[in-house]
Design a protein around this ligand. Structure first.
Ligand code: NAD
Length: 358
């Protein structure tokens, strides 16, 4: 199979691969669409078993960023970078300086930020060789850690989902929360403050203990979270939490969390819908983080300070869009992920037409 036949290719505008002999950097930067503006999406460092797998991940993630940025109504397209390597043993300042040169080579069509395996401290090194880096700290335009804003969006989304599916507020509702890392821990505190009861699972015992102490959550083993007696299932760990094996075990009415790629495949989205469960599409509900990053890109472009009020305005609008997805799904009797996918594609196509006509 060639790159152009890959199911993940789906009309990418550009796919760039870089190798730096001195540092050993091997990286791919995928630019899915710049129709709405320069592509933006994080950089992931992962010990991919092959270059093919790294490419597939980059393509899949960059297309998802186009959808996420379009649904958040940002003037940004979708892109993603992957560095092939082990983030525990192969990081160095020189590697990230080389990565910065790779980003610079793409000529401003791609803005990078942190993702799995890459921290703001790593990106400070990339910033020495490119200006197209966001999600940093320590300067007036910097937006800092996006996780609290992601968690705030997910919290508002869960509140909306519970209102729509159960006709009530969160007080007394039980939420099964998978993953209490950056996003999951902030989310747990917000849910607790709203009176929700929590059942939590993670593979990190320290994180579990800390969250349980602060929120009174009940801890269950990682595999048992799918069987938890809860009205809401909130995936906040890795992708694919809702799949043909786990779906028959879920007892919830609402699936809403921060993780990317929660559904293993589109058929699972259909099966969720047929079971009468309400799924809040991941790239809509978890768009708070990229809105925060976009706030930094905007501030850098304008030579201004970061503006939290702009981020709040965009987050509020994102929640309106989420409500529209749920309305259309109910009206058209179609799964929410299909409705959101159509809306995102339409927004990208419209921007492409306007760009072509300009
Ligand atoms: P994180 O690494 O801080 O947290 C993930 C947590 O999941 C960790 O505590 C980890 O131990 C746990 N985990 C891993 N495997 C598990 C398993 N099998 N069962 C239970 N727990 C498990 O990451 P994060 O920044 O909190 O992001 C969480 C998810 O949200 C990811 O899918 C990420 O891509 C997505 N996301 C994050 C942001 C953000 O702002 N951080 C924005 C959008 C989407």
């Amino acid at each position: 199979m060639t790159l152009f036949d890959s199911p993940a290719f789906e009309g990418h505008e550009g796919v760039h691969s870089f190798f730096d002999e001195k540092t050993g950097l091997k990286c791919i930067i995928a630019v899915h669409s710049t129709a709405r503006g320069p592509a933006a999406g994080g950089c992931r460092m992962w010990p991919f078993a092959s270059a093919e797998l790294a490419l597939e991940d980059a393509l899949r993630l960059s297309r998802a960023m186009s959808y996420k940025n379009a649904m958040a109504d940002l003037e940004l397209g979708g892109g993603k970078a992957v560095i092939i390597g082990d983030s525990r043993t192969q990081k160095s300042p020189a590697l990230f300086e080389a990565f910065g040169r790779a980003v610079e080579d793409v000529g401003g069509k791609y803005w990078t930020a942190e993702d799995v395996g890459v921290s703001p401290a790593d990106l400070m090194h990339a910033r020495k060789t490119t200006r197209y880096v966001a999600g940093l700290t320590g300067h007036a335009a910097a937006s800092g850690d996006p996780s609290p804003v992601t968690a705030e969006g997910v919290f508002r989304g869960i509140t909306l989902g519970v209102q729509r599916a159960l006709g009530r507020d969160l007080n007394g509702v039980t939420v099964a929360l998978q993953g209490v890392g950056h996003v999951g821990a902030y989310l747990a505190e917000k849910l607790h403050a709203a009176g929700a009861k929590l059942i939590i699972a993670d593979v990190n015992d320290d994180a579990l203990r800390q969250v349980a102490e602060r929120t009174g959550a009940r801890i269950v083993p990682p595999a048992a979270i799918f069987d938890a007696e809860a009205e809401v299932f909130a995936p906040c760990a890795l992708g694919g939490a809702v799949n043909p094996d786990t779906l028959p075990r879920l007892r919830c009415k609402v699936i809403a969390g921060g993780a990317n790629n929660q559904l293993s495949d589109p058929e699972t989205g259909r099966a969720v819908f047929d079971r009468g469960m309400l799924y809040l599409p991941d790239y809509v509900i978890n768009g708070g983080g990229i809105i925060n990053v976009a706030g930094e890109i905007r501030a850098l472009d304008r030579g201004e300070a970061f503006d939290p009020a702009w981020v709040e305005m965009k987050l509020a609008r994102l929640m309106e869009t989420l409500g529209e997805v749920l309305d259309r799904s109910k009206f058209d009797r179609r799964p929410t992920d299909q409705v959101a996918g159509d809306m995102a594609k339409a927004r990208i196509s419209l921007a492409a037409e306007q760009k072509a006509a300009a």
